[in-house]
Ligand binder design. Structure first.
Ligand code: CA
Length: 290
């Protein structure tokens, strides 16, 4: 085992969206034992990079669910954008469904000033019918969206299409199950696109060639490491491709049963340093083998 790939939200980040001291120490321990640790996230590269920088970690970053790969020095070594025509069609469809969305490019994460209103309306309608929806937690989710590094508000979606940028991912969030399902159904047969989810209320669209699994395969081959020598850690559906690609798949204790069922190992939760615990298990068995 030579490489550890970890997801960020729900995995390396605790619920305060921080990398704990224990996880930082474990990553440095792995690196000091000659094992590479990389980040594979649905977040954009610059957002993930700013989180790692705050924690004093410098690694390869697979961003936007596999649409980009950057070296620890910030050089981009892979880019898998969608075509402008696809972006236009997706936006058109999401507008028709009156869904909240964000467009991730190589330069920023774009949204519109009036779109947040849709979410607050959905939240107020959905919560009396579904007491399971934890309002304060969801409001925290909304704050997390706005706290993303490189988050910009633009006047209308033509501004996004006109930009000479690479469009990596469109993120959609909805607390209205009927709307969300209708949105998902309208993309499900578009085979040139990939649709994944990283949480209960979202779905994300990218090029069919962009996935954490594809990028992990690409990066391990660049680094001369066989996929069997890779451990991947994740908690959600956008991690499935990399959990399957890696020789050893590790599910977080907070992952659902479906994700846990795909993995060889289940570690502790993200609030109890599950990543650090998986790293020590991995590195110590590696050391004992030599
Ligand atoms: Ca996650």
């Amino acid at each position: 085992m030579k490489l550890i790939a970890t997801d960020l939200d729900g995995t390396l980040l605790n619920s305060r969206k921080e990398i704990s001291k224990e996880n930082i120490t474990a990553i440095k321990y792995a690196e000091s034992n000659g094992i590479k640790v990389i980040i594979a996230t649905g977040r954009s590269y610059f957002d993930a990079h700013s989180i790692c920088k705050r924690a004093g970690i410098s690694t390869y970053i697979i961003g936007s669910n596999g649409a980009s790969i950057h070296t620890p020095l910030g050089d981009q070594i892979s880019s898998v954008p969608m075509s402008k025509g696809d972006v236009q069609d997706i936006i058109h469809c999401l507008e028709n469904h009156n869904l909240y969305y964000e467009v991730y490019t190589n330069k920023g994460i774009y949204t519109f000033p009036d779109k947040k209103e849709i979410l607050y309306i959905e939240l107020s309608k959905a919560s009396p019918e579904n007491p399971q929806l934890n309002i304060s937690l969801l409001q925290k989710d909304l704050e997390t969206l706005s706290a993303q590094f490189g988050y910009y508000s633009v006047d209308n979606y033509n501004n996004i299409l006109e930009r000479d940028e690479k469009h990596y991912k469109i993120f959609t969030l909805s607390f209205d199950e009927v709307k969300r399902k209708a949105g998902i159904d309208s993309f499900i047969n578009m085979e040139h696109l990939s649709l994944v989810s990283s949480g209960d209320y979202n779905f994300e669209i990218s090029s069919q060639h962009a996935s954490k699994g594809n990028s992990l395969e690409k990066l391990s081959s660049i680094l001369g490491i066989s996929p069997e020598d890779v451990m991947a850690i994740g908690d959600s559906y956008n991690d499935v491709s990399m959990l399957k690609t890696a020789g050893c798949g590790v599910a977080m204790g907070n992952a659902n049963d479906e994700i846990k069922g795909l993995c060889n190992i289940i570690t502790d939760t993200n609030d109890k340093n599950g990543v650090a615990k998986a790293i020590y298990r991995f590195v110590d068995s590696y050391k004992s083998v030599g």
